[in-house]
Design a protein around this ligand. Structure first.
Ligand code: ASP
Length: 453
């Protein structure tokens, strides 16, 4: 290993992001993006392939990681009642933060009267898609076929199944010991894979962001400046003020330390626009950097990625006010209360994947009688907004994980307060550099097994 101090992964990822923005802007503003070579081979070739491969690699880890870490979490708790408390507390906090988020957003957007007197023509047609009704969401929590749920990456049934497997292992007792140990080893292996994949993140983040910025309709940002400004402002308000007040009040932990350590997770969420794909990184950060015990994090993180969408709810609020004003519809207090309720409920049943906010929005619009095709007005800027709101979504997941863990005495506060704890400063070379001693040990173990045969 070289003597000189290495750049931490966070710094490298942030550099990748900054370079991605710069290169993307250059390609977009100079019109180079319309050059067929740049478009086909660079942006939709190299950047697209590298970015997608990385997102696939993250998604590849989600299901096995959630499955094994939840089994370890449940069997590690030893007290089933605590599991119920963790579930109850995190559900209540996730719903509360989402409701507060959208209520604040509606208040800010309505006070500023965004969209009033605006007359925007749009060619972007939007046809709504249904998100599942709550009754179906409840039924689907129990998977008919767990393999199917895993194949589809349906988080709630996967969580349900994994918890049940963990509880049953505890009930089987001594006989299940080797299975529990196996799950612990599998969990460790999955976490190692997260480290390997994170080591290439700076390059992938660069590719994802350069492509997104290069292909974004930046001109649209100006014409929708009111909507974009209020939305981004409300998102920042929620992240820096509301969530941090909630963190401080409910846990006493330092918001400054939280904000410093959560950056990595936010960049991953920003570049993938998917809370689900970010689960491996959120989980690693929450446990290694914040000191949250796996027994809490293994549940709160995947649960939050699915049911907690503060940023998405904020978008629903701001977009509803904006489009209602453009179409001159007065929703009244009752209408806005329906919007809050619908958004909170819709967030439970929809997965944290790119663009899902728009589906939720069409459901909200149908409920309050706003024209669904109005969503076409904000479609052009939605990808960028999706990236920003996903970063807020995952910050909410981590906030609630910390609060719940602290309240259950399942948090190592000294890890949380240590700025260096859990910092990843490896690059791919180090990750793949297997220790000679370990290698020799593995070889001896394999030889011993062979000799037994
Ligand atoms: N992309 C968001 C997420 O994964 C959901 C959305 O707002 O569309 O959390």
């Amino acid at each position: 290993m070289s003597e000189k101090k290495k750049m931490s992964l966070t710094v490298k990822v942030l550099l990748g992001m900054a370079l991605g923005i710069i290169v993307g802007l250059i390609l977009n503003l100079t019109g180079l993006i319309s050059n067929p070579f740049v478009d086909t081979y660079i942006v939709n070739g190299l950047f697209h392939v590298v970015g997608k491969m990385f997102v696939n690699a993250l998604k590849m880890l989600v299901v096995p990681l959630v499955f094994f870490s939840l089994i370890c979490g449940v069997t590690g708790i030893g007290d089933i009642r605590m599991l119920g408390r963790v579930g109850g507390k995190s559900f209540a906090l996730y719903m509360l933060t989402t409701a507060v988020a959208i209520a604040t957003a509606i208040f800010i957007a309505a006070s500023l009267g965004i969209g009033k007197g605006m007359n925007i023509a749009t060619d972007a047609a939007f046809t709504g898609k249904e998100s599942p009704p709550l009754t179906q969401v409840l039924i689907d929590i129990i998977p008919k076929n767990p393999i199917n749920a895993m194949a589809n990456g349906d988080m709630l049934p996967i969580i349900f199944f994994s918890i049940l497997v963990g509880i049953s292992m505890l009930m089987v007792g001594r006989k299940a010991k080797s299975f529990i140990e196996g799950a612990e080893i599998a969990n460790e292996i999955m976490m190692k894979m997260v480290t390997i994949i994170m080591a290439v993140a700076p390059y992938a983040v660069f590719a994802l962001i350069a492509k997104a910025v290069a292909t974004l309709g930046l001109g649209l940002l100006a014409s929708l400046a009111g909507y974009v400004g209020v939305l981004v402002g409300s998102l920042m308000f929620h992240l820096f003020i509301t969530l941090m007040i909630i963190l401080k009040v409910f846990s006493g932990l330092s918001p400054a330390m939280f904000l410093k350590k959560i950056r990595n997770v936010q960049v991953f969420a920003f570049s993938t626009a998917s809370s689900n794909a970010t689960i491996p990184v959120t989980m690693k950060t929450v446990t290694d950097r914040f000191g949250v015990d796996n027994s809490v994090a293994s549940f709160t993180v995947p649960f939050g990625a699915t049911i907690n969408m503060d940023g998405t709810a904020i978008m629903q609020g701001v977009a509803t006010v904006f489009i209602a004003n453009v179409y001159n519809v007065d929703l009244g207090i009752g209408g806005y209360l329906t919007v809050i309720l619908m958004s909170v409920l819709a967030s439970i049943g929809t997965a944290g994947v790119p663009g899902v906010g728009l589906i939720m929005l069409s459901m909200v619009f149908t409920q309050v009688g706003l024209p669904v095709e109005g969503i076409g007005l904000v479609l052009g800027v939605d990808r960028l907004m999706d990236m920003i709101r996903t970063a807020v979504n995952v910050s909410g997941d981590a906030t609630v994980s910390c609060i719940v863990a602290k309240s259950e005495g399942k948090m190592d506060v000294s890890v949380f307060n240590d700025p260096e704890a859990g910092v990843i400063d490896v690059d791919l070379e180090d990750v793949l550099d297997i220790d000679d001693a370990v290698e020799a040990e593995m070889k001896a173990a394999i030889d011993a097994t062979k000799n037994r045969e």
